[in-house]
Design a protein around this ligand. Structure first.
Ligand code: FAD
Length: 382
């Protein structure tokens, strides 16, 4: 299709999953529009850590998608002028049970390129960080970290300017049936549609989405003042080893979880684990908690924040700096899958990441969806 307001692909949703599909299709030569109901993406995609996680993703498909997605982020960062704030991951371990999980992880194919650091080696790298009970650290070189709140708008502008993607903002898609979509600003013509609605389960294909039994997860996040040190990469801790499926599915994680449930029951009640990532201004993005429901209440418990800051102190070995920002975010979750790709009707794909990993797996997922939807070999369009 070549007429104005007439596209090969309409993407509904301007979050990272919608942008990933727009990028892959536009790079393959398709004329693409993105329909976004807000004036810019304002949901999970700008509220997250911007942590492009490979190590710890669920073994198999998600891990493969994450490696591919990380590579695409690196490629796009160079072209679009996105700043990679830091690289690599340090998972600090305070108990022998946690070290056992790390050792078991390293023995799998997912441990390729990763290694254990002794406590002093980590302290030397990280300016003395780490509590007195630090027992070992898993180091992974595979991760990158971007500042989502600035990178998503820059990526959006680059897609518009460099790849000709048209953004129809403050526009709600009322349906998604090609070749004519009805929106709050009139008809859009498109040969194919990808619906990337994030945690909006009711505007488009509500019955279809309901059939997957999804829930929503609300997370509490904090920004801490510049602590005066510079992290060598993102930091996680023992609790993460029981939450990220690449570690948590290992048999050794059961003993760790039993111990942590006993010693840190409030953290478990609030679904708290620790990620600490640093931005260009020195501030630390720190989180998070996990509360599940069909309708996340806007009331975030103060105890969840206290638990996050407590875990920060245990892992980093020093008190948390002043909290300078607080926010919550919501994403879709499912018990039985990390993402879903559905075909509600011909020429339409519904794509929802259901595991809080969209920034880490989105480009890999989008490549599969676009190759299938247009029946093209993406290697020839790269
Ligand atoms: C606090 C937090 C921390 C996280 N940390 C990480 C992390 O570090 N790494 C990672 O990989 N993942 C992380 N995640 C998960 C990740 O952010 C999500 O998986 C991802 O952002 C989902 O992207 P999305 O585009 O599907 O959804 P969203 O960002 O929610 O975007 C969906 C968009 O669709 C629009 N929309 C919906 N329906 C319509 C319609 N009918 N018409 C027009 N527009 C519509 C909405 O307005 C919205 O902008 C985190 C999530 C949260 C909340």
């Amino acid at each position: 299709m070549t007429k104005a307001n007439c596209y090969d692909l309409a993407v509904i949703g301007g979050g990272v999953i919608g942008l990933a599909h727009a990028f892959v299709a536009a790079r393959a030569g398709k004329r693409v529009c993105v329909i976004e109901k807000d004036s810019r993406a304002n949901g999970a995609s700008i509220r997250n850590f911007g942590f492009i996680t490979v190590t710890g993703q669920e073994r198999g498909d998600s891990w493969t998608l994450a490696r591919r997605t990380r590579d695409v982020w690196v490629e796009i960062a160079a072209q679009a002028g996105l700043t990679v704030e830091h690289e690599g991951l340090f998972v600090t371990a305070r108990s022998s049970e946690a070290v056992a999980v790390i050792e078991a992880f390293l023995a799998t194919e997912m441990g390729a390129g990763c290694r254990v650091l002794a406590p002093d080696a980590f302290r030397n790298l990280a300016g003395g960080l780490g509590g007195p009970d630090l027992a070992g650290v898993l180091y992974s070189p595979h991760e990158i970290r971007v500042e989502s709140r600035t990178v998503i708008p820059i990526l959006t502008a680059w897609l518009r300017e460099a790849l000709g993607v048209v953004f129809l903002n403050e526009t709600v898609a009322f349906d998604a049936t090609p070749p004519r979509l009805h929106t709050s600003r009139g008809v859009v013509e498109a040969g194919a549609v990808v619906v990337c609605p994030g945690d909006d389960f009711v505007t488009l294909y509500p019955d279809r989405i309901a059939s997957f039994g999804l829930q929503k997860c609300r997370l509490s996040m904090l920004k801490l003042a510049d602590p005066g040190f510079r992290l060598p990469g993102a930091v996680m801790s023992d609790l993460s080893l029981t939450r990220y499926r690449g570690y948590a599915a290992l048999p050794q994680a059961r003993a760790l979880e039993a111990r942590l449930r006993e010693e840190q029951s409030s953290h478990f009640d609030n679904g708290v684990h620790l990620i600490v990532a640093q931005g260009g201004d020195g501030g630390l993005i720190v989180g998070d908690s996990h509360h599940y429901s069909h309708l996340p209440a806007p009331f975030a418990p103060a105890q969840a924040e206290a638990d996050i800051l407590d875990e920060y102190q245990r892992a980093m070995g020093r008190a948390a700096p002043e909290v300078v920002e607080r926010w919550t975010g919501v994403y879709a979750v499912a018990d039985d899958r990390t993402y879903l790709i559905d075909t509600p009707e011909p020429g339409v794909r519904l794509v929802i990441v259901t595991s809080g990993t969209g920034a880490s797996t989105g480009f890999g997922i989008a490549e599969r969806v676009i190759a299938d939807l247009f029946n093209i070999d993406l290697e020839t369009h790269a």
